[in-house]
Design a protein. Sequence first.
Length: 371
Amino acid sequence: MQVEVPFVDLARGTGDLRNEIDQAIGRVMDRGRFILGEEVEGFEREFAQATGARAAVGVASGTDALELSLRALGIGPGDKVVTQANTCIPTVSAIERAGAQPVLCDVDPETAAMDPASLSATLGSRTRAVILVHLYGQCGPIRDVCEVAGAAGVDVIEDCAQAHLAAVDGRLAGTIGALGAFSFYPTKNLGAFGDSGAILCGSEEMEQRLRALRVYGAPGRGDVSNPGVNSRLDEIQAAVLRVKLRHLERWNRRRAAIAAIYDAALADASVRPLKRLPGTEHAFHLYVVRASSRDAFRSALRQAGVETGVHYAQAVHNHPGYANLVCQAIPLVNAERLAAEVVSLPMGPHLSDAEVEYVASAAAEAATQSQ
Ligand SMILES: *Cc1c(COP(=O)(O)O)cnc(C)c1O
């Protein structure tokens, strides 16, 4: 029997929390404080606790979290910031919004994670930071990246928008580099009912800088020395996030269990799941396979009722608006090849056992058909 499995289904995802979330939103309405109040403070405290960070600062989106991280580190016009060519566009938008110049490096062809050797080749005298993206929910090679960057006196920012509670060698994403930027866009592992984000930071000084930057540089507290922006986390979003945060670990475990079922079904298939990095605990924001006949594989799945995604169909520099980011000295061939092959299968804690089994066998079947 054919089963229809959509790629995302957010209404179903929050269904069983409906009463708890209604009450949380009701509390905000009753209190009558909608910006930077006790829900935001509570969420910041609880998110820092959940990740083992010293502090968390709530902001309006993941892109803002990256931009304010760069600004807090004093990065702006005249500076270069390196990130990987297979990231999603907002990583690059944030660098440009901070006034800096993005530079792309290549990735490992098997894991899709940043390649430290390629990173090393991009570093120059104007390079001030690296944004390592924990893509698809798997921590990138943070130790190697910190070593390469550290030797050059360059800060590392972790883009954790897809990696809530992911870990490497027991340390959580966002707590290893100088700052960790998170998005709570609705489809992320921890998603709000709109836009929001947060930054994890390890020092009091960074925390105070970020708290000022998110409210115009904090003119309410006296003279503005670092001009900021308006990027606040709303009370209602924070109230929703507090409820959902309590379920995040369980949801991530469910994602990992689904990934194990997909892995088993595809063990001998012509499409191959991306390789995992040793020592990492994957948050499985996305379950990504490489298919050399991608269109045929996706269309066979579509016919079976299974919707898939592509993250991302083009490397950053192959978008017309970013063609200027290509540097001939740094080949980006692995990012380009991955862009032509990656396919994301439906993934999320809302999927039923029956749906997961159906997707797993449909994917194995589609792999055979599309070979
Ligand atoms: C979602 C995402 C962002 C941007 O977050 P927004 O909240 O949409 O601004 C940045 N980087 C990565 C890797 C993402 O997946």
